[in-house]
Design a binder for this molecule. Sequence first.
Ligand code: FE2
Length: 161
Amino acid sequence: MRYLTQRYSMPDDRVKATLTDIGTEELAHYEMIGTMIRQCMQGATCAELDQAGLAGYYTMHDHGVFPADPNGVPFTTAYIACTGDPIADLSEDMAAEQKARATYEHLMNMTGNEQILEPLYFLREREVVHFQRFGECLEIIQGIYNGRSSCSCRNARRRRP
Ligand SMILES: [Fe+2]
């Protein structure tokens, strides 16, 4: 959602296309993760869910797949983080990809199950590629602004370089 939202304020079609491509791919990753969670929870008894620390989750969502972090904090649109400033947004996207890579590595450390590890290896690799692609986008944008402010407001106050 973040990338599909930020794309509108990008001043270069190549960067817009990259954000659209990666944003669309991330939706497919959500489908993969949702499927993995569903497969892991499917058929689990209440006692098994309780033992896994998922009693609260079960109370709110049964065996459904609900977008929340491991502490039960639900996804919010605040995570979309669109500032409208191409340099700020792309810099944050690069950090987001590194955080996603680290999270996948932490998940891999938590399991020895090959059926879980294989898709996590794949997803981790994609985050590395996304980080690199956003780095290329940032170079394009920095070339366009060439040290000038990337603020799009016509009457914005001039800033010192
Ligand atoms: Fe990614």
